[in-house]
Design a protein around this ligand. Structure first.
Ligand SMILES: [Zn+2]
Ligand SMILES: [Zn+2]
Length: 169
């Protein structure tokens, strides 16, 4: 698939093969982070991602320009931002075998179509979602199975991705 690049082009993540899936997430954490970062929330307050295998993602350029943010200090989830231009690049569950690349980092033609909008129970009540794809309230068993299937294909390995510096505080 296409590379993920920051807005100014300094940071480039090369992505091989097809993503595990493309989704939009409506969870509270994604909404909070998206509002703080800017530029990633859809008109429905969801955030688009391409979920990719960690063993198929390579930091091509921009080493030293990535900083990890956690919503709370003990959170196991990091959102990694390019320090050169402020573009959020990806979200990572540290123990996970996949990266959630912000769809906004991909060329427009590579962002969709999404398989579903997940965690929609957290969206504001005023949001009316289109019915073009499933809009489950939480992560469905099918969603978890797709992630598990990718892990099986990876031989249950969880590659270590340590491209980003931790933000202070
Ligand atoms: Zn940049
Ligand atoms: Zn989310």
């Amino acid at each position: 698939m296409d590379d993920a690049t920051c807005t100014c082009g300094t940071v480039k993540i090369a992505l091989q093969g097809d993503p595990i899936m493309r989704v939009e997430c409506g969870c509270t954490s994604c909404q909070t982070a998206g509002a703080a970062f800017g530029g990633v929330l859809t008109q429905w307050n969801t955030t688009g991602y391409a979920l990719v295998r960690k063993d198929r993602a390579l930091l091509d350029t921009g080493k030293g320009h990535l900083r990890a943010h956690r919503l709370t200090p003990d959170s196991g989830t990091r959102r990694v931002v390019a320090t050169c231009c402020g573009a959020p690049m990806y979200l990572e569950f540290e123990k996970g075998h996949w990266l959630s690349i912000y769809a906004a980092r991909l060329p427009e033609a590579a962002r969709g179509p999404v398989a579903c909008r997940t965690m929609t129970k957290d969206l504001p009540e005023s949001v009316v979602l289109p019915q073009d794809v499933p809009n489950p309230k939480t992560h469905t068993p099918g969603f978890m199975l797709k992630l598990l299937g990718a892990w099986v294909a990876m031989g249950f390995r969880t590659p270590n991705i340590d491209w980003a510096q931790e933000a202070a505080g």
